[in-house]
Design a protein around this ligand. Structure first.
Ligand code: 13P
Length: 297
């Protein structure tokens, strides 16, 4: 049987980027995006909080989630490694409300890798997802794309959801090269893993993407809503091409606070947020979760 020829599809974005993507023939309407059934909020605690503070924060989040309509959004926290087991015990009866993510994962299965934490270690303490390629790891630990691909593979072979972080520097943003740069980062990561990702059941996301412009992390500066929407729109087209059967959640990260979360989460191609600073206290994280629960899908 002869395959139908796929047609190249070109989209013009608001900031004068033009992206040309060769779509598979079975994608009739490339821009029609299925929305995720809910919003995803991940709190990345980075290297912050004491164990006591982490416990209090977790209990406060659980209390809030119990009082919030179920299934309007999904919440995860990514605490420092040593707290995972304790927090896993704390949320044992609340697994439907709150899950755990790791801030990183080893690229190796096991062995002589001092200081590293493997996928099976993470599974043992109830972790569901792992951040991959956060810009702080790419920058301070010189993580390269081949290494990140190995980390994604580790996640996939242990049934953990990789949350792949992408994002441009200020220089790239100023040169108006954000969309091609981020698409390239995505393709570098996903093309090699496409088969493995595609074989995952379409009922749950095999992967999540977090778009985090480097210059927005911890600075209080965020792109305009149009700029966020442009990048997410481009990523969603590329993801639909790579993984036609799956709905891959696309999160935005970088200075998300309760003051801007409603607007950002209301954007059509934003399925959630990866939150740093504002996830460290109940005063900021709960209003942010509340805004996620109010956004209509
Ligand atoms: P901030 O929300 O503090 O800007 O951090 C974002 C981030 O890096 C989340 O991974």
């Amino acid at each position: 049987m002869q395959e139908k020829e796929s047609k190249p599809f070109t989209k013009k974005f608001k900031k004068n980027y033009t992206v040309s993507i060769k779509l598979p023939y079975f994608l009739e309407s490339p821009l029609k995006r299925e929305k995720t059934p809910m919003k995803y909020i991940i709190g990345n605690w980075k290297m912050n909080l004491s164990l006591k503070q982490a416990e209090a924060l977790t209990l406060g989040i659980i209390q809030f989630l119990k009082e919030t309509p179920p299934s309007s959004f999904s919440c995860m926290i990514a605490p420092p490694f040593p707290f995972l087991e304790r927090l896993h015990t704390l949320i044992t009866h609340e697994k439907d409300l709150l899950s755990l993510a790791a801030q990183d994962i080893s690229a190796h299965e096991k062995g002589a890798f001092t200081g590293e934490v493997s996928a099976s270690h993470l599974k043992e303490v109830g972790v569901k997802a792992a951040l991959i390629g956060h810009s702080e790891r790419r920058l301070y630990h010189k993580e390269t794309e081949p290494l990140l691909r190995q980390k994604i593979l580790q996640c996939l072979s242990h049934d953990l959801i990789p949350v792949l972080c992408l994002g441009e520097s200020l220089e790239i943003r100023r040169a108006s090269k954000t969309v091609p740069f981020v698409l390239n980062q995505l393709h570098e990561m996903c093309q090699a893993l496409q088969e493995m990702l595609i074989s995952k059941p379409s009922s749950s996301p095999p992967l999540m993407i977090a778009y985090e412009p480097l210059w927005a992390i911890g600075t209080g500066c965020i792109p305009s809503l149009d700029e966020i929407e442009d990048v997410h729109n481009a990523l969603s087209i590329a993801l639909k091409t790579l993984f036609p059967k799956h709905i891959i959640p696309l999160l935005y990260g970088g200075s998300v606070t309760p003051l801007n979360s409603s607007e950002i989460l209301s954007l059509p191609h934003v399925d959630g947020a990866l939150v740093g600073g504002a996830s460290l206290s109940l005063e900021t994280f709960l209003p942010l979760l509340s805004s996620a629960s109010l956004v209509n899908r």
